[in-house]
Design a protein around this ligand. Structure first.
Ligand SMILES: [Zn+2]
Length: 501
């Protein structure tokens, strides 16, 4: 098997269960595995790559990986959701919700999103996409295409079509918000996810793995959660469910079931040892939840890991309370990007800041804590001791972050410097399973300029369909505001133009 030796000013290795740093280090990969990490290597190699002023580290594991053209931009300044097309009107559900993208567009956006993940140094991804613009859940067919895209790009993924029984709905007349449920649709989605898992687990020499991805706790009935838990244990695959994400979710679950979200999961035996819960913000006693439930101890005992996504949560005005508290209790924490840009470095940096804000203590979290969460934390959540770390025998999944750009400022330690000054665009090279999928910022098989153009056109097509599923059907210009009003037209130029023509 071919050996490749890589050198860099800094290399993150792994020893006795924790990362360690090699100054002027080497990494040797053989086939799809790491053979050696250290200061030197005396054996024969087929190829040597010298990265110089850079950090070689384990690839990032993204537990809530942005998997579509992100719609966050549409809601960034446009509130409330039920007036801006992010809660379906009853009349839209009654008419039969529609797919707002064609099958080709769904396939394209996954391929596009996967290339953005690689661009940011992410080597293992559990994709997540919005269901706002879908007829209901995700489909087997689109995930078959997603698997193909991942294989062609060389991205390691855990795939599973998202499914649900329920959806928020707003009354066309009163403006009241409630839930619409359809048990049959939820169970059909689960059956589809089971078929996908059985057929795609382990494809592409193990690059493609599968998961169960019920949408959110408040959009699933107890029956669907119970069956999901059973299937997750039977197939022994990760199960990801958005939970403890919002105040609305907590209140709705409590009102419907007389128990907290985590009490509900406990009571339907939802958990397995690979349960991943984005986002872990709203638990009893935290972020304004006054209801008295043993949420924290349920979480600790469940074996579930949190997918912490600091950027998307901070955009919504919310932070985890707290990273340090959960970590000290032994709760597994990995990171997720969940929004554009899928920039794990930005998420690590914001994760440090929000952890310190939550505790009002600058010692509450370090750069190393968040870097570990983005690597080993995510890998451990999936039960993958071969990912998220570079040591002999682990998967040859790594990224290279440049340190020689003037924007990087000064350096005493690369991890701290990268979190202070760097971003995802500083990732220059990515290797997954021993294959360079990105070299010098060029991703195999991706033409960035044309992909960007196509993505923008596709997004504009989807935006144009917003009025039909927005309360009162306002024009897009009313749904999506401009930050500032249009400037005045300069009359004399218009007149001059007229004279010339
Ligand atoms: Zn999320």
């Amino acid at each position: 098997m071919k050996r490749i030796l890589m050198t860099a000013d800094w290399v993150v290795g792994h020893q006795d269960g924790a990362h360690c740093m090699y100054r002027n280090g080497v990494v040797v990969v053989e086939g799809d595995k790491v053979l050696h990490v250290g200061y030197q290597f005396d054996g024969d190699v087929a190829e040597t790559v010298e990265f110089g002023a850079a950090l070689i580290g384990p690839g990032f594991v993204d537990l809530d990986a942005l998997g579509d053209l992100d719609t966050t931009v549409l809601g960034y300044d446009n509130q409330p959701p039920e007036r801006k097309g992010r809660v379906w009107p009853q009349s839209y559900i009654d008419a039969g919700p529609r797919e707002m993208y064609s099958p080709d567009e769904l396939a394209f956006q996954k391929r596009y999103a996967f290339s953005r993940l690689i661009r940011n140094g992410i080597t293992t991804a559990l994709p997540i996409a919005s269901l706002f613009y879908r007829a209901w859940g995700e489909t087997y067919e689109e995930f078959a295409q997603a698997a193909q895209a991942a294989e062609e790009l060389g991205l390691r993924v855990y795939l599973g079509p998202a499914y649900r029984t329920g959806n928020l709905v707003v009354d066309d007349v009163s403006g009241d918000i409630s839930f619409h449920y359809d048990e049959e649709k939820g169970l059909a989605g689960l059956a589809q996810a089971e078929r996908f898992a059985e057929q795609f687990e382990g494809r592409a020499k193990g690059l493609i793995r599968t998961m169960l991805a019920p949408d959110r706790i408040e959009t699933c009935t107890p029956e669907l959660l119970l069956r999901t838990g059973e299937l997750g244990r039977a197939l022994d695959i990760p199960v990801r469910l958005h939970c403890c994400q919002s105040r609305m979710e907590y209140d709705k679950v409590l009102a419907q079931h007389g128990k907290s979200p985590l009490e509900l999961l406990r009571d339907v035996h939802f958990f397995n040892d690979k349960t991943v819960l984005p986002h872990g913000l709203f638990l009893s006693g935290l972020n304004g939840i006054a209801y008295d439930a043993p949420d924290t101890s349920i979480l600790v005992n469940s074996g579930a890991a949190l997918a912490h996504c600091p950027l998307v949560m901070a955009r919504g005005g919310r932070i985890m309370k707290s990273f340090r508290k959960f970590r000290d209790l032994g709760v597994g924490i990995g990171l997720g990007t969940d929004t554009h840009p899928p920039d794990m470095i930005a998420n690590m940096a914001l994760g440090v800041m929000t952890a310190r804000i939550a505790e009002e203590n600058p010692g509450a979290a370090t750069a190393a804590d968040l870097y570990s969460a983005a690597t080993v934390g995510g890998a451990d959540a999936l039960g993958r001791s071969d990912l998220g770390r570079l040591q002999p025998g682990s998967a040859a999944d790594l990224n290279v972050i440049r340190l020689d750009d003037p924007a990087m400022g000064q350096l005493i330690d690369p991890i701290q410097t990268i979190l202070l000054n760097g971003c995802g665009r500083d990732v220059s090279d990515v290797m997954i399973a021993g294959v360079f999928v990105m070299r010098n910022r060029e991703i195999n098989g991706v033409d960035n300029a044309s992909a960007q153009k196509k993505a923008q056109a596709q997004f504009e097509g989807m935006m144009a369909k917003y009025p039909e599923r927005t309360l009162g059907h306002p024009d897009t210009s009313e749904i999506f505001s401009s930050s500032f009003p249009a400037g005045p037209v300069r009359q004399n130029l218009v007149e001059e133009g007229r004279r010339r023509t």
